[in-house]
Design a binder for this molecule. Structure first.
Ligand code: SF4
Length: 681
């Protein structure tokens, strides 16, 4: 067994043990017990990784487009010619409109220091358009930072000592199995209670001691009523509030105005359900708040995350043993990224395009282009924007532009790759060396290569180096192998070298906010949590946000035309669109099924398993209905992301999602979708 680490778009970044059957073939994959967060567990989809890495559909050699854009007809070409053509297209685009016409684009298909962000080395040195990565966590991150001050939290392993674990808006049973094993240990050892709050009855809601299903986007109303109950019960920690927050009589008077019956009306929860949760919150000082990101993917998502984060501050949970709060560790890794990302060559004058607004950028909307030139050449790595980015019809119109040169470096011929002029075959994590940041915990996990690259696949690093050589890009990082850069990066960051990191398997990094008796304040300039955030300072859309913790009614309101609210939580066997190509995951997920409350179904004449259509001004989709008591009336849930070819329209659910940026700093309201629902003709 060879030890490595998972690169997929999941906060666990598991340390893995992979059976190497030959220099080019793997067998079993399992979580490693050598790191106590992974704790010997990994998800089923990665445990079956042999079917992905050895999949007959893996891209084997570079391809050049023959057919129309999006048609998916290609002819093989040699690597040298493919890179020459990309470099020539980048040179031509830069000569005509300036270097900002070239937009290297990446997303979270792989999260390695080199395999995700190494493309930035080329971007920064060449002066190509920069990228603001907003598609995943920006609303959650903004809301968390608003109060706490940084996208960090307590070490999540502390929840082993908690008495109440409040899992707000996440589904660890399906998406973070390691977290669930820590939660189960706390329940078993200490009798800790698990509360899960979500907008549909997920497997985690079912596994909880108290599971609450509310209307999408109304979570802040519940948090406000809980805080009012705590104030009423006299359990607000006055000493903590005075020493570590900006608490004021105005904040207190505001919070006290939110009653449980009001919250029941807004959220769709029963009064008795909120009272049950309030009893737990009020009666349990050792609270560990584990916030997920799903509930933040609404137009009011950042304000909602802030309101939820106030819960741990109000009762002083941060300063209690076993208490604290965590969302993601996005900051404070202390990595010296000058070699890997050429972060020493960032030119602040170069525009920063919003990753989530790729449709608007490629369709030439002046605001999305920030007044600069059109984007006429792209290299996409780790991203399947034709299915994953919002407003997919607009994205596809942009990708289909005849004057756009598109290169896509991928493991499979995704719908995005089908639009490419040049497709490059990519290695998987098992075929390259890298380091992962464990965003759901506090360690770097180390991912050395396990097997040789399959067929002609090359790593992201190799592609960046190959293009840099052709484009005359000059930076010390371009002359180095992947291991040389990783070794130098670790040494410059004070983490020893690559060989020692491989030997250890993971490197603990102090990215947490010390809590319990070690609590010494929040990472705000004055050390104080903000009940009254300065939203305008957090992003360009912050000025309109409420000053105090609030249920901000800025949602895509369901009206007479589109009376249903649709959410798209992650399916257990897919990870965005990764794993939608593997037969095991496809078989487990089956065809897309829209969860519909039985009373809505009866009213509309929809039978269990019957064909239905949902839609709004952006598009429409057809699928089977599944009658499900686990969504409230007026709410629909479609687990995903099911691949486009699972729908007769040939496009997936993100075609219904708006790409308007979420306040204060951007991001996508993936679960804030107003739609109509009808039986399919
Ligand atoms: S749980 Fe997440 S990090 Fe762990 S193996 Fe699965 S996808 Fe990878």
């Amino acid at each position: 067994m060879i030890r490595t680490a998972c690169p997929h778009d999941c906060p666990s970044a598991c340390v893995l043990e992979v059976e190497r059957l030959s220099p080019a073939r793997i067998g079993r994959v399992r979580g490693s017990a050598s790191y106590d967060y992974t704790a010997g567990t990994c998800c089923a989809k990665v445990a079956r990784y042999a079917e992905r890495v050895h999949h007959p559909g893996r891209l084997a050699q570079p391809l050049a487009r023959l057919g129309a854009k999006g048609e998916g007809r290609f002819a093989p070409i040699a690597w040298g010619e493919a890179l020459d053509r990309i470099a020539a297209a980048f040179r031509a685009a830069a000569a005509r409109h300036g270097p900002e016409a070239v937009w290297p684009y990446h997303s979270g298909g792989t999260l390695g220091v080199l395999s995700r962000w190494g493309i930035d080395r080329l971007r920064h040195v060449m002066g190509y358009s920069r990228q603001k990565s907003t598609i995943c966590v920006t609303p959650a991150e903004s809301g968390w930072k608003a109060g706490i001050g940084a996208a960090r939290g307590s070490d999540p392993r502390r929840l082993a000592e908690a008495d109440l674990i409040l899992m707000w808006g996440g589904n660890p049973v399906a998406t973070q199995v390691n977290l669930m094993s820590h939660i189960q240990a706390a329940r078993k050892r200490r009798g800790a209670k698990l509360v899960v709050i979500d907008a549909y009855r997920s497997p985690s809601v079912e596994a909880a001691d108290l599971g609450l299903v509310l209307r999408p986007g109304t979570d802040a109303a519940l948090a406000l009523a809980l805080m009012a109950a705590a104030l009423e019960a006299g359990v607000a920690d006055r000493d903590f509030l005075a020493r570590h927050t900006d608490w004021s009589p105005e904040v207190e008077a505001h919070l006290r105005r939110h009653s449980i019956p009001w919250a029941a009306e807004v959220t769709g929860l029963a009064v008795a359900e909120i009272e049950a949760l309030a009893r737990l919150y009020v009666g349990t000082p050792r609270l560990f708040l584990r916030a997920g990101v799903g509930f933040s993917r609404h137009r009011n998502g950042a304000a909602t995350m802030h309101a939820v984060s106030c819960l741990a501050a109000l009762t002083g949970a941060w300063a209690r043993e076993g208490g604290g709060a965590f969302f993601y560790a996005l900051e404070g890794w202390g990595l010296d990224t000058r070699l890997a990302w050429a972060s020493d060559r960032i030119d602040p004058r170069v525009r920063v395009l919003d990753q989530s607004r790729i449709g608007a950028v490629l369709n030439g909307e002046p605001a999305a282009l920030m007044g600069g030139p059109p984007v006429t050449a792209m290299l996409i790595q780790n991203a399947n924007s034709a299915e994953v980015a919002p407003d997919s019809h607009a994205v596809r119109r942009g990708l289909a532009r005849e004057d756009l040169f598109l290169a896509v470096h991928e493991q499979f011929l995704t719908p995005t790759a089908a639009f490419a002029d040049i497709v490059l075959p990519a290695t998987t994590f098992l075929e390259q060396d890298d380091i992962m940041m464990g965003l759901g915990h506090t360690a770097l996990t180390v991912a050395p290569r396990v097997i040789a690259p399959q067929a002609e696949a090359r790593s992201n690093h190799a592609v960046v180096q190959g293009l840099a050589a052709r484009l005359g890009a000059e930076h010390p990082g371009f002359g180095m192998s992947d291991v040389e850069i990783l070794d130098a990066t670790l040494r410059a960051s004070g983490h020893g070298g690559w060989a020692a990191a491989v030997e250890a398997g993971f490197l603990p990094v102090a990215v947490d906010i010390p809590s319990g008796t070690d609590f010494a304040g929040f990472p705000q300039p004055d050390g104080r949590f903000r009940f009254q955030p300065d939203w305008a300072a957090l992003g360009p859309y912050g000025a309109e946000m409420p000053r105090l913790p609030s249920y901000w009614q800025k949602l895509e309101w369901a009206g007479p035309e589109t009376p249903f609210r649709l959410i798209t939580p992650p399916a257990r066997s897919f990870l965005n669109t990764s794993f939608t190509e593997t037969p095991g995951s496809r078989k487990r997920e089956g065809a897309p099924r829209l969860r519909v409350n039985p009373r809505d179904a009866a009213r509309l004449g929809i039978a269990d398993g019957g064909r239905v259509r949902i839609g709004n001004a952006r598009g429409a989709l057809t699928m089977a209905a599944m009658l499900f008591e686990g969504v409230l009336e007026g709410v629909l849930a479609l687990e995903g992301i099911a691949p486009s070819d699972a729908f007769p329209e040939g496009i997936g659910v993100n075609s219904l999602v708006g790409a308007d940026p979420v306040a204060p700093a951007g991001g996508v309201a993936f679960h804030d979708i107003a739609v109509w629902l009808r039986p399919a003709e």
